[in-house]
Write a protein that binds this ligand. Structure first.
Ligand SMILES: N[C@@H](CCC(=O)N[C@@H](CS)C(=O)NCC(=O)O)C(=O)O
Length: 209
């Protein structure tokens, strides 16, 4: 199978997919799409991906857009190791849906620009508000959860970590104070020691600068 990922090094949704591909042990080529110069809005890119977003994964059959659909496809076509735990899969889904949908969507650069123009302070304030609104309840759910292992709430990397780690990376870039989410910070520290997460890290991508 030939796979080609169209993504951007700092895009958190591209980062999700890179972690997923690495956890499944899959090789893939990369075609960087520069979000800063607007390559994702070009006619040629939109002809294949009308959403005009990254990531997009080209497969032998058809291109797939939307990071969660790509991760679902990876799970369906390469079931082992699974992205979901045997136990507590519903809690795992609850947590990753919260981070992926409630946190990521309103923090997209195009949304921030539309709301706040070039007012960086207003963007940062909004960013910090949205991050805390999502992370605080996730942290509480984790405190009440019987962790499957010392380092990971579900005993293995799951869709929760795949979605969480890129959002923590972004939160740090936006100067969000993460002192009140120590469990999330500990999960991040652990994941960053794992080869799949290190390989997928933005700094290790061909278009990183
Ligand atoms: N729901 C989509 C969101 C994709 C998305 O918003 N990607 C961002 C980068 S993280 C993007 O391409 N933004 C371009 C823009 O906002 O113009 C997914 O999960 O793939």
């Amino acid at each position: 199978m030939t796979l080609r990922l169209h993504g951007y090094w700092r895009s958190s949704t591209s980062y999700r997919v890179r972690i997923g591909l690495a956890l499944k042990g899959l090789d893939y080529a990369q075609s960087p799409v520069n979000l800063l110069t607007g390559e994702h809005r070009s006619e040629s890119y939109r002809a294949i991906n009308p959403h005009g977003t990254v990531p997009m994964l080209e497969t032998d059959h058809r291109p797939i857009t939307q990071s969660l659909a790509i991760l679902d496809w990876l799970e369906a076509t390469h079931p082992s190791p699974s992205f979901l735990p045997d136990r507590d899969a519903t809690l795992c889904r609850e947590l990753y849906y919260a981070v992926a949908t409630e946190q990521h969507a309103p923090l997209n650069p195009s949304v921030l620009k539309r709301l706040f123009g070039s007012d960086q302070a207003a963007k940062e304030g909004f960013y910090q508000f949205i991050v805390h609104r999502t992370f605080a309840p996730v942290e509480q759910r984790l405190a009440a959860h019987d962790w499957h292992s010392r380092d990971l709430p579900f005993g293995q990397p799951t869709l929760f970590e795949i979605v969480l780690i890129p959002q923590l990376y972004n939160a740090r870039r936006w100067n969000v104070d993460l002192a009140d989410v120590p469990q999330l910070a500990a999960i991040e520290a652990h994941c960053n020691t794992l080869p799949a997460f290190a390989q997928a890290h933005p700094n290790n991508q061909p278009d990183a600068n």
